[in-house]
Design a protein around this ligand. Sequence first.
Ligand SMILES: Cc1ncc(COP(=O)(O)O)c(C=O)c1O
Length: 476
Amino acid sequence: MEPVNNTPIYKMLKEYYEKGFLPFHMPGHILGRGLCEELKLAGSLDITEVPGSDCLHEPRGVIKEAQERAALCFGADYSLFLVNGSTSGIHAMIQAAVKPGGKLILGRDCHISALNALAQINGKPVFVLPDVDEKHQIPLGVTADSLEIVLKENPDAQAVLITRPGYYGTATQLRNISKLAKAYNMPLLVDEAHGAHFRFHEDLPEPAITQGADLCVQSLHKTLPTLTQTAILHGNSKSLIDRRIIERTVSMVQTTSPSYLLMASIDIARSIMENKGRELYEKLKHNISDFLIKLDKNTCIKRIKCDNENFEIDFSRIVLSFKSLGISGFEVEEILRSRFGIVAEMADLNHIVLIATPFHNSMDFDKLLMALKLISDEYRTVKAKAKLPRWPQQLPERIVPLREALFENVEEIPFINALDRVSGVFITPYPPGIPLVAPGEIINKEVIDYVDILLRENCPVHGIHDQKIKVLKARL
Ligand SMILES: Cc1ncc(COP(=O)(O)O)c(C=O)c1O
């Protein structure tokens, strides 16, 4: 896909290469000469800080211009490019908002980077349980009502972090959450890693940064046409967090040798989306609805719908249910890959999750449909499926601070003997993919029973390998 126009970083890189300089500078492959054939072209644009290329940590030239263009395009007051994914942006937001040892209110559905960031500053997580769709066992996200209860109990917390959307494409309604955070005078940080495309079609959920979030990170590489690792942190000039502070923490978590290839790919994607984003997503919406009509007509496979009014849906995230067939989501994922060469983003017991982008065409959807039709015909006989237990509504008790728990010595024991031990790991069953237990929390009877049922159903439970788990050694 050609960039449309106005791509200052990309333009600078091309001009530098075309000047035919003889480089006696980093990187060591000297404009691709030392790279293998496949990488040579990319290498020709892979320079570092040379005259004219600007500095990510104190941008004054092309990076500054590209970031300003991005802010306008994504609806932010300012935007900062990230070359180590949303992971680095989450670290930067938390360091900016929470003082060492302070409390952060966050959804239990948060990404691991949020807890790692908290551990680094010896911060205290205060969790809000996300809503789980009972019928499909899918995590939906944190609602304003659940957040308010935790806010009331923790007025001394220093910030709120919300993850939206989740992996299954449900995005919590943010307006009331934003009002609540303001009422409690807490900055609202949003992990919108999966929602970088939200700005480009009115039928997608509204982006967090235009709904009052103080800061928000988006992984461009997850849904937009950019290279892996690219992300953006968007800021609000009326934020409780001063721009100077977040710029400082972003600088602390980024390399001093940022890849211009990564930054150029952000610049190019912004240009494409700014000029054609709506048109591209309209076409995708059309392709998806066409695909779904045919899927409904030709198969027993259903796209799951979320009718909970607290959540909006990302139409580009296709979650298919195989509940009515004699096959699990894991098996479908495997068959699609090995027999049809189609690779899904993820699977759980009853579902597969597909990320559709404007760069999929109608032929891709036809290929997917053909494969699903064959699977549907083959596995039409319904095997009785186990009913999964209800997601525990009580969080396990924490007895060791997160940071200590992550660094303490552990021992591996059979999971069935882990009752009342302190976990050294995250125990995360799929579904619903939310940590049931975090390091430093007690493994109680409810956890043992819940995991036992999932393991018997062959559901993967991250943190448990060969029926064994790592628990803190010194805490019996
Ligand atoms: C909800 C969520 N937040 C943050 C991240 C981290 O994003 P990145 O891979 O861009 O660092 C992920 C990655 O999968 C994620 O799913």
